[in-house]
Design a protein around this ligand. Structure first.
Ligand SMILES: [Zn+2]
Ligand SMILES: [Zn+2]
Length: 138
């Protein structure tokens, strides 16, 4: 077990810690992440709910679930709008926005997913593995 990593929202009201291990750090190029972040792709770590510990401001979290999709949603600080870690519904997976971390995680990006959905102006692959969608085994 390594050290816990800290994260927070832009206004600082919501804070959390996440404990290792970090198995995946994924650039997601799907159209939903694009809309939800306003950027070319989201960069998320994938951890289990037991690894996530809210430290402050949990009551400020707005939990938006996009019901027309299987599991997409966005949890964010209702004060500043920053994306926050989200427990994917009907699963035991936490999707943790890498940009919410205050400490660099002990992992580098591992994969690109939904590569076939990427915007023409998005970033190049940088030599990482690309997957057309999300691999079934994840
Ligand atoms: Zn905030
Ligand atoms: Zn996505």
């Amino acid at each position: 077990m390594g050290e816990r990593i800290r994260g927070s929202c832009l206004c600082g009201a919501v804070t959390f810690e996440v404990e290792p291990p970090f198995q995946k750090m994924v650039h997601c190029h799907c159209s939903l992440c694009r809309k939800g972040t306003g950027t070319g792709h989201a960069t998320n770590l994938v951890v289990r709910p037991a690894q996530l510990h809210w430290r402050s401001g949990e009551a400020l979290i707005t939990r938006f679930e996009l019901r027309s999709t299987k599991a997409f949603g966005k949890w964010f600080c209702s004060r500043c709008g920053s994306p926050l870690p989200r427990i994917r519904r009907n699963s035991d997976i936490v999707v943790l926005p890498a940009g919410s971390l205050d400490t660099p995680p002990p992992i580098s990006p591992t994969d690109h997913i939904f590569w076939d959905s990427r915007a023409p102006w998005s970033c190049p692959s940088g030599g990482l593995p690309t997957h057309a969608e999300r691999p079934d085994t994840w």
